[in-house]
Design a protein around this ligand. Sequence first.
Ligand code: LRH
Ligand code: MN
Length: 429
Amino acid sequence: MRTPIDPELIARHNASLERDLKEDYQHLGAVLARRGVDLDEVTGRIRRFAVAIPSWGVGTGGTRFARFPLAGEPRNVFEKLEDCAVIQQLGRATPTVSPHFPWDRVEDINGLRDTARSYGLGFDAVNSNTFEDLPGQLSYKFGSLTHTDRRVREQAIAHNLECIEVGKKLGSRALTVWIGDGGNFPGQQDMTRALERYLESMHPIVAALPEGWRAFIEHKLYEPALYTTVISDWGTSFICASQLGPNVQCLVDLGHHAPTTNIEQIVARLIQFQRLGGFHFNDSKYGDDDLDTGSANPFQIFLVFNELVDAELRGAPGFAPSYMLDQSHNVTDPIESLLESAVALQRAYAQALLVDRKRLREAQEANDALLANRALHSAIESDVEPAIRMARKLNGGAIDPVAVYRASGYRRAKAEQRPQELTGKAGIV
Ligand code: LRH
Ligand code: MN
């Protein structure tokens, strides 16, 4: 397997931190044993935790105002895979990549699959894109799968069918459909007819899904449409999934909700009715900010994982969510942000595993709100870093991945090897 970072560097780094890690791990083990928790069992679960990297996330992101490119950032999908391989080699929690078409379109799809395999990487859900125009195509200015013009709808359907064909070659098992369709003015769009057109357009896409595949409907409150959005919330997504078939589920992008939305409750509902397809993890304060997961509001991601772990431990029927990141790295090195974001998810997962669910259930049944809330807080206040670090080391990664990444000089080397115009046009990628 190709390893972009010198394995010796990781081995020397881990050797220098091993004794302290063992000490911290034994101490945490003793603390948790007093709470009746087996640390090795928790570490085992963390070792099996995996989240997909968004191919579009390893390049620098931007806003409508500007994008500030980073010297050495990837210029094409093959360089994106190389950077994804660095994240997997150091962090050992991101074995798959979620691609986006046509951004990642190449002639030789099998070559793309083989390049990923040469780094030990696979592919998660493929993302279609009917929110941007390509030269020579009908415009998506007024929508795609819900456009009033049948020819535009058919173009959008054909693109999604093409994404499924590409995904089959890559070994993906899901298609994520996010559309920005909607209106900017009251009256501009007939809201009922728009949703009717959406369902009509989604039927042939769902019918084309191979055996064992799923389609994920990704809802979003607003942007780019600023008054109505056809698939604006989990309720609309849920109804559409229910109409379209058992292999159609809802994808929760954390940034696609109004700031005060109770996202963990949405997750609980989707689990209860077996429509939770997966996640686009990120963080936000105002809108679809696509900030690093857990960077602004770590309690939010913990509360989501509290629902996910409860479902995992109770064996909730049909529970098989796909975990993916979806972030925009405007001011950090994307590799460092994605390494830290995967760790933020491992941390939320590990802390949710420490919730004393028997004590929580007793407090809930007894309407003892204080003890119930404390059951969650005593978990999130636990320092689980030794468990996450041990899991990473046992998986062959670096105890402190960002430290090794910086010591490797990888980005500096790529700045030499990837000469490019560092002129940033506005836009998310
Ligand atoms: C829309 C979205 C969607 C992607 C795009 C890059 O805001 O979250 O998941 O297609 O970002
Ligand atoms: Mn998303």
